[in-house]
Design a protein around this ligand. Structure first.
Ligand code: PMP
Ligand code: GLN
Length: 383
């Protein structure tokens, strides 16, 4: 065999896969990788069976089933006031992951710079690198994980092609406000940079706060691709269906990549989601109360431990500071937690190139049945 030269020499297996595998081996409570341990709504599952039986089993149109793109357009209009054209501004993708990957590949070329705010979701940087781009990482300010506008301004330059933002933010649970979006728009106004907004947790925002989508900010929307995922919204991470909303010129470019990466997405699933969105437009409105109750239940249980909770304002993740129980770096602590205490958690440092020295945070996922949350808390109370 000729020598294999890696295109991604610094990349191993993702932390989510590593921790889930260890959780299986150690029969740990899996509050690590972000997925619900409960089912998608019964009606939605029934609709999938219906569409498999109704001969919806061949290739869907490349851009997405028209019924689904129309349902997405109606939803984006209802929540964010943006009128996106299903035929030229909405594309259905294989999860949020493909939405992000094709967007980056469509926009970034050799020598282009891409700004990430860290902690940053792990899939962004490898795709930028495969595209020949250079990553510039800007740390979010601690505590609170807000944007340090001066540092972001300093990171922008003539080669900046793309800024990636994630709101609501994995893993911190912070989210951008309207003032933040105004600040971002002002910073980018004199530049030629585009924005990729990863909004897969758009419907998980708590305490009466509403998610401020880039779709609701016309100036930013005009230079942005907004990515989302039905996996999160419908408790169906295994279906891998997401979408992008972007102006026609950007949509045309990202579809050029999408058509050669996946071409089209599972047809019966697209039809089932489209029907469900029409039948149950209230679903997303009820999601915050559903997850807020889980967050609060988990927080109450964790008060019986020596872990300190950071505010979990959005997403289905709770960061905890374990500084009172261990001095280990977060990666080692997470390994010890799963092996010796039977609880899976995700360290924060894999989201960072330069984790702040001494930061002792791990992420717990509360998209779990009450019994799972109770079992995790009981084990964590032993620390
Ligand atoms: N972005 C973020 C911030 C995520 O946490 C995830 C996955 N959970 C994704 C994108 C990918 O979404 P999907 O599972 O739909 O591919
Ligand atoms: N996004 C999920 C998380 O943050 C993981 C998805 C994956 O494993 N790729 O836990």
């Amino acid at each position: 065999m000729p020598p294999v030269t890696s295109r991604l020499p610094g990349v191993g297996t993702t932390i989510f896969t590593v921790v889930s595998q260890l959780a299986l081996e150690h029969r740990a409570v899996n509050t690590g990788q972000g997925f619900p341990d409960f089912e998608p709504p019964a009606r939605l599952r029934e609709l999938v069976a219906h569409h498999v039986g109704a001969r919806h089993n061949q290739y869907a149109p490349m851009a997405g089933a028209p019924a689904l793109r129309e349902a997405i357009a109606a939803k984006v209009a209802r929540h964010y006031g943006r009128l996106a054209a299903p035929e030229s501004e909405i594309t259905v993708t294989c999860g949020g992951t493909e939405a992000l990957a094709v967007s980056i590949q469509a926009l970034v070329g050799p020598g282009d710079e891409v700004v990430l705010l860290e902690p940053a979701y792990d899939s962004y940087q490898p795709i930028v690198e495969l595209s020949g781009g250079l990553v510039r990482r800007v740390p979010l300010a601690r505590p609170g994980f807000g944007v340090d506008w001066q540092r972001l301004a300093d990171a922008l330059g003539p080669r900046t092609r793309l800024v990636i933002v994630n709101t609501p933010h994995n893993p911190s649970g912070a989210c951008l406000s309207r003032a933040d979006l105004d600040a971002l728009a002002a910073l980018l106004r004199p530049t030629g940079a585009f924005v990729l907004a990863d909004e897969v947790y758009e419907h998980m925002v708590y305490d009466g706060v509403r998610h401020v989508s880039l779709n609701a900010h016309p100036e930013l929307a005009a230079r942005s691709i907004v990515a989302s995922s039905f996996g999160k919204t419908y408790h169906a991470t295994g279906w891998k269906i997401g979408y992008c909303v972007a102006p026609p010129e950007l949509t045309a470019e990202l579809r050029k990549v999408h058509q050669f990466v996946t071409f089209a997405i599972a047809t019966p699933l697209q039809h089932a989601i489209a029907d469900f969105m029409v039948e149950h437009p209230e679903w997303e409105d009820e999601l915050p109360a559903f997850y807020q109750a889980k967050r609060d239940r988990f927080a109450a249980l964790l008060r019986g431990t020596r872990l300190t909770l950071t505010p979990a304002r959005s997403t289905y993740f709770q960061l905890v500071d374990y500084g009172a129980v261990s001095d280990l770096p977060d990666g080692e602590f997470a390994l010890e937690l799963v092996r010796r205490h039977g609880v899976a958690a995700i360290p924060v440092s894999p989201f960072c190139a330069a984790p702040p020295p001494g930061e002792r945070l791990v992420r717990l996922c509360f998209a779990k049945e009450d019994a799972t949350l109770a079992a995790a808390a009981e084990r964590l109370a032993q620390l």
